[in-house]
Structure formats: structure tokens, C-alpha cells
Design a binder for this molecule. Structure first.
Ligand code: UDP
Length: 458
């Protein structure tokens, strides 16, 4: 797997780490349990990270030093992709590995996947997780928008990858409408949820474990990255409406906002948190809204179980794992009627769907659930059943079927021979004059490893 710009080991809820990281991690673990060995390649974001981290049986994260070992904008990662590709190739050769398939996540990784396919002949399954065109359609300002380069690369990947996984039928249709993608290349397979981790705990027990107030406190939860697309301002405005209409709730309605990184130095990122802080202040709900920062995922099952309603007010959500995790933990969800949320929530059964960017609609449905104990309880039970449909073993069965089909597309001959660093006996003789070890002139860029190359050095 390729997850170049963000690691499955990254702290979740931060700027670039959310559902995709969870997807990559959980799928790799489930595949590993079934004896399908997975290496996930990602770039190093801080000095001193171990190169190999086992995350389960037969599942490893391989962190490669590529460009500066620091977080930076995902668009800049493109500049370092040639180096990344070179290092992946050296790693595989060093470990004497031949991969049967590349499962590539996000458009940035797709560029690396195309290069690796050229060298290895290995077929590619591409997932986008979000589409640049869709983000641009809901962007309220240029700073939310995505680059033209992203759009062009997504188009290229839709044309050239061996198969594309869309998370929902709508996701597939959006690929067709926005990029003229060929429908027969796209397979719809939903994302999964770990129903052993995310399961219901009785609410009083969950609240006691988290030291949260018991009834009559009304708890509404948001979980996710703090970015404009997540529509947190809609939830704040809905909260204002609720306390205005029900003054008694001013003291016992609490909205927990989980996610974000208050220590971030990134201007845009810190700016969004500041914008939300001052919005809560100006709406007069500062005491009702609690920005508690990112939480480890292990805490979330209890948090979901402890709350009365989980709100997902996103403007766009290609799938939306939080909604599934919440339901699996027995929490009804009030969510925007956008993207994948329309599939994962059974409207009126396991939660409510409302128009996005509509504080009144959110306030109405959240208050209805907070007011009506019987409705909430019936939705809690329905939510757990609904989430079962997305349990990882089921989703993995579908992916394995696709893997088997796509693997047959492997081209029979490697276009480039093995590097032979770890096994000099097999090293191809008399290759390029530039580097007989690494075939540096056949890499897309000059070999970034030349100086450190153990064989060339000797
Ligand atoms: N998450 C987490 N801690 C946080 C915030 C988020 O573990 O503080 C996880 C959450 O459990 C979910 C993921 O991040 O698995 C967010 O996924 P989703 O698909 O809802 O949103 P995305 O980040 O992909 O837009």
C-alpha cells in the first residue's frame, strides 16, 4: 500500500490524519490476519522514526526518509516523489520482495504508484478517499480549494489505474461526472468499521468512566479534523438556536468538539480553530461548547457511547467513518445529507439526515433526539445493527475478490531488473554507466541514494 503524504501511525484528528489513515491501518491488519502480507509505504515526518513498524500479523508500516523529515503541505510532497519512489524500490530490492499488487491511497500516492508500475509491472488499485473536484464544489473561499494539478492527476489516475475503488455509488458517479471516468474501471466497496473496538457501552457506565456529568446533562459530540469542510460552524449555530429556544438548556447542553491540534504552527490550521473559538464567543455559547482537542481513537468508543447524539455537519464527506463508528458504539447520528453519509445512515432509523450548512435543520433534529428518550433508544439499537453491515471482515472479502481479479493483470516481465543491493550475486552486470548498482539513469530522477550506496561506494 502507498500512503505517501500521511502515515497510518500519525496522530488522528490532526491536520492530515483522519479516515484514510484508519482505513489503511485497519485494512492492512485484516489482510495480515488472512495471511496477505502488507507493507504500507509512507514518508517520514519527523527525525528518528523507525523505518519498519509492525502494526499486526503480516502488516508493516515502512517509513522512508524523503525530503525534509517534517510535516509540510501535501502539494509539496509531489516534488519529493521521485526520491520516494527510488527509496521504495531500494527497500523492496534490499528485502528481496516482489509485490503482487499496489493499493494506492489518495492522489499523491497515485503518482508514485504509476512510477512503480512502470518499473515492476505491478497492477494498481487506486482509492482517492476524497476528490479534489468535490472539495472545490463546496469551497466557500479559495483557501479551501484544491489545486488544478490535483484535478489533472486525479483524471490521469482514473484513466490509467487498473481499478478504482469508490466508497459509494455516488462517489463513483462523481468520478464519472467530474472526470469522465470509465464506469467499468470503478468498483464500489464501502469503507469498514472495527465493530470489536466500536461497540456500545451503557451510557451511565461510559460517562462515569470518562468523568462526564450524568443526566440530565445533554451531550452532543463532534469528532473530526478541524477544517472548514467539516461544518463545525453549522453545529455551533445550531447550538445557539437550541439554547435560545430552550433557556433551561443553557446550563446542561454540552457540545464536545474532538479533534484538532491547538499546538499547530500552521497559520491556516490554527486560524480555523481561532475562527471557531470567536464564533462560539460571539454566539454566546462559549460555556456550552468544549474544544477538547484530538483524542486517541481508543477513547472514542466510550465517548460515542456516553453522548446522546453525534453530529456530522460536513459540507462534503466521501464516506465519513465517524458516522459509522458512532453508530457501532450505539449513538444516533444527525448528519448532513451529503456524500457517503447518505448511505451509512438510515434516515429516521439509525439517525437523521438534514441539509448541509443548515443550522436550523440541525438544531431541530438534535433537539428532537435530546427531547425524546424513546426515539433515542430505538435509534441507538438500530444504529448498532446498521453498522454491522460495514464490519471489516465483510468489506475485506469484497476487496480480496477485487485483488484477485486485478492481480491477474500483472505484466509478465519486469521492465527493470532487481537492484541487487542485498544480493550482489544477482546484481545485473554492465547496466547503466551512471550506476551499475542502482541503474540510476533509469530512475525518473537522478538516484537520491548515490552518495550512500554501499556497493557503489566500494
Ligand atoms: N479520529 C480520532 N481522534 C480524533 C479525531 C478523529 O481517532 O481526535 C479518527 C476517527 O475515529 C475516524 C477518523 O479519525 O476514524 C476520521 O475519519 P472520517 O472519515 O470521519 O473523516 P476524514 O478525516 O476522513 O475526513
Amino acid at each position: 500500500m502507498l500512503s505517501v503524504h500521511t502515515s497510518p501511525l500519525a496522530q488522528l484528528g490532526g491536520k492530515e490524519a483522519g479516515g484514510m489513515n484508519v482505513y489503511v491501518r485497519e485494512l492492512a491488519r485484516e489482510l495480515g490476519r488472512r495471511n496477505v502480507a502488507v507493507d504500507i509505504f509512507t514518508r517520514s515526518q519527523k527525525r528518528g522514526e523507525p523505518q519498519i513498524t509492525e502494526i499486526g500479523a503480516n502488516a508493516r508500516v515502512v517509513t522512508l526518509r524523503t525530503g525534509p523529515a517534517a510535516p509540510y503541505d501535501k502539494n509539496l510532497v509531489l516534488d519529493y516523489l521521485p526520491e520516494f519512489v527510488g527509496r521504495v524500490r531500494c527497500f523492496a530490492d534490499d528485502e528481496d520482495l516482489q509485490y503482487d499488487l499496489i493499493h494506492s491511497h489518495y492522489w499523491v500516492s497515485g503518482v508514485a504508484a504509476l512510477e512503480l508500475r512502470k518499473m515492476w509491472g505491478t497492477p494498481i488499485i487506486q482509492m482517492f478517499h476524497t476528490l479534489g473536484a468535490m472539495k472545490n464544489q463546496v469551497a466557500k473561499s479559495a483557501s479551501w480549494g484544491e489545486t488544478d494539478e490535483r484535478g489533472a492527476i486525479e483524471g490521469q489516475l482514473l484513466r490509467e489505474a487498473d481499478a478504482i475503488v469508490a466508497a459509494t455509488p455516488l462517489d463513483r458517479d462523481q468520478m464519472i461526472w467530474n472526470y469522465a471516468a470509465r464506469a467499468e474501471r470503478i468498483v464500489v466497496i464501502p469503507c469498514g468499521v472495527d465493530t470489536t473496538t466500536f461497540h456500545p457501552t451503557p451510557q451511565a457506565e461510559a460517562r462515569a468512566a470518562l468523568h462526564l456529568p450524568q443526566q440530565p446533562a445533554r451531550l452532543v459530540l463532534f469528532v473530526g479534523r478541524i477544517e472548514p469542510l467539516k461544518g463545525i460552524d453549522t453545529l455551533l449555530r445550531a447550538t445557539e438556536r437550541m439554547v435560545q429556544e430552550r433557556p433551561a438548556w443553557r446550563d446542561d447542553l454540552h457540545v464536545l468538539v474532538v479533534g484538532g491540534d491547538r499546538g499547530s504552527k500552521d497559520d491556516q490550521w490554527a486560524g480555523e480553530q481561532q475562527r471557531l473559538d470567536s464564533l462560539a464567543q460571539s454566539l454566546g455559547i462559549r460555556d456550552n461548547v468544549h474544544f477538547v482537542g484530538a483524542q486517541p481513537q481508543s477513547q472514542l468508543p466510550l465517548l460515542y457511547s456516553a453522548t446522546d447524539v453525534v453530529a456530522v455537519p460536513s459540507h462534503y464527506e466521501s464516506f465519513g467513518l465517524v458516522s459509522l463508528e458512532a453508530q457501532a458504539s450505539g449513538a444516533p447520528v444527525v448528519a448532513s445529507r451529503v456524500g457517503g453519509l447518505q448511505y451509512t445512515i438510515q434516515d429516521g432509523v439509525s439517525g437523521f439526515l438534514v441539509p448541509y450548512d443548515d443550522p436550523d435543520a440541525f438544531a431541530g433534529r438534535i433537539a428532537q433526539l435530546l427531547d425524546d428518550d424513546a426515539l433515542r433508544q430505538s435509534m441507538q439499537a438500530a444504529a448498532v445493527l446498521n453498522a454491522e453491515r460495514y464490519a471489516w471482515p465483510r468489506v475485506t472479502n469484497e476487496l480480496l475478490e477485487l485483488y484477485t481479479r486485478v492481480e491477474r493483470l500483472r505484466s509478465p516481465v519486469h521492465t527493470i531488473a532487481p537492484l541487487g543491493i542485498s544480493n550482489p550475486v544477482q546484481a545485473p552486470k554492465a547496466l547503466s554507466p551512471a550506476c551499475a548498482t542502482c541503474e540510476a539513469d533509469k530512475l525518473p530522477v537522478p538516484c537520491p541514494l548515490l552518495e550512500a550506496c554501499p556497493v557503489q561506494g566500494s
